[in-house]
Design a protein around this ligand. Structure first.
Ligand code: SF4
Length: 445
């Protein structure tokens, strides 16, 4: 049996694409290996959100190219966002690559592999307006072993934030059909997954592109919530101004939908937000977050921020720090601005912030996130919370079950039994920055 190794970089959407590609390859008779040196087919699923990630991809395939030059009989595939963006250019930079496969065409993988096995070089990066792969049951998705199944519901984005490459690499927004999503959810639940996370660059826009029906994220959440069984539902990522009153109410009313929103703010300064082409200002974001907190008890709200966007002044950066405090953001992903080819902001070279200042702001932002994360965790000391156990391992001589609360807090529970996949109740007894410690109360849910 031939073996395939796939290295996946970047976001959850890429990981989800890899799960689909593996499913197709298994159908073709391949077997997955985690060891690249024993693979016949080596693929990299690339990310282009930052230069660092792109550089990492080329460095990785460089090693594989060397193996090929040394006479190893392998095929190399370059896939994902960088592939979509650079297409045939990849062959010029790395002539040992056998195929280039963009994000819009992963459903063509089986045909591509057949041509590559016959010795052809293939590049498939055409843009389409269709969803990439609806789970029509033609192949099994090879999910990473976990309690949570990631299920894409939309692809692409129409927002064109001035720093972001996604609309160029993933195309315009397309929604998967409710039927295919519901099928996929039922299949994942039957396979033992206990948590479903609906995935999209802008998940609240789900269904806006349907021409033949009115069906939105709230309809999908309600339908999924009605499926029998003990499981949880999450959805990421939300665009602030696309969160509707009806969506907030649906979260409150649907027992399986968790109290968790990931709402990237990107900057605390209204002026910077305007330059980013975000369609809200600081006050609007504040109102949305405040309103969600009033309606959804114990909700966790997380965000994303960019440090050192072109032209960002120290005062504007300070507004980002105060936003994290003022809006009590429970956790935030932070990144230093990285110019991406084709995007509007990448042309503002005269406004670029020097690297040392950018890095220094990035550090300060991280410190602020840490501070707030600890503060947020402290709210739960002494409370008893439901935890879905995801993992069991030994740490410094102690056996630990780790899992997540409904509101996405990571809990460590010392216990000599492996409870992976179970819902348990834990009393919160200790607070750390990135997790909380709990004691098992009852595992009989
Ligand atoms: S909404 Fe998100 S994915 Fe879409 S362009 Fe803006 S940052 Fe990129």
């Amino acid at each position: 049996m031939k073996k395939v190794f796939i290295d996946t970089l970047g976001c959850q959407m890429n990981k989800s694409d890899t799960e689909r590609m593996l499913g197709m390859l298994l159908r073709l008779g391949y077997e997955e290996t985690k060891n690249d040196s024993e693979a016949d087919l080596l693929m990299i699923n690339t990310c282009s959100i930052r230069q660092l990630s792109e550089d990492k991809a080329f460095s990785q395939i460089g090693t594989w190219g060397q193996w090929k030059r040394q006479g190893k009989n392998i095929k190399i595939g370059f896939c994902g966002c960088v592939a979509q963006q650079k297409a045939n250019e990849i062959f010029k930079r790395a002539n040992y690559v056998d195929f280039v496969l963009g994000t819009h065409n992963i459903y063509k993988l089986p045909d591509i592999i057949k041509l590559v096995e016959q010795g052809q070089k293939v590049c498939e990066c055409t843009e389409t307006n269709d969803v990439n792969v609806d789970n029509t049951g033609e192949f099994d998705i090879v999910r990473v072993k976990s309690t949570n199944a990631w299920i894409p519901i939309t692809e692409g984005c129409n927002n064109f934030c001035t720093y972001c490459i996604v609309p160029y690499t993933r195309g315009r927004e397309r929604s998967h059909s409710p039927e295919s999503i519901i099928n996929e959810v039922k299949k994942a639940l039957a396979d033992g997954f206990r948590e479903i996370t609906l995935l999209g660059q802008n998940v609240d826009s789900y269904g806006k592109d349907f021409k033949d029906r009115h069906y939105r994220l709230v309809d999908l959440l309600r339908e999924l919530n009605a499926i029998e069984g003990n499981f949880r539902i999450r959805f990421v990522t939300s665009y602030p101004t696309d969160i509707t009153e009806e969506l907030i109410d649906t979260v409150v009313e649907s027992d399986k939908v968790c109290e968790y929103f990931h709402i990237p703010m990107q900057s605390g300064s209204s002026e910077v937000l305007k330059k980013m082409n975000r369609r809200y200002d600081r006050e609007t974001y504040a109102k949305i977050v405040k309103h969600i907190r009033e309606k959804v008890p114990d909700v966790t709200i997380t965000s994303d921020f960019i440090a050192g966007f072109p032209g960002e002044t120290e005062e504007q950066f300070q507004e980002t720090l105060t936003a994290i405090d003022e809006f009590e953001l429970d956790y935030s992903n932070v990144a230093a601005y990285s110019p991406r080819e084709k995007t509007v902001a990448a042309k503002w070279t005269d406004k670029f912030i020097p690297d040392d200042i950018k890095q220094e702001r990035f550090q300060r932002l991280n410190e602020k996130v840490k501070e707030n994360c600890l503060k947020s965790n402290q709210k739960y000391l002494g409370r008893t919370m439901e935890v879905l156990i995801e993992n069991y391992y030994e740490h410094k001589g102690e056996m630990i079950n780790t899992g997540k609360t409904r509101n996405n807090k990571t809990v460590h529970i010392a216990c000599n039994r492996d409870l992976t996949g179970q819902f348990v109740m834990a009393k919160i007894t200790g607070i750390k920055t990135w997790y909380i410690r709990g004691e098992l109360v009852d595992n009989s849910i």
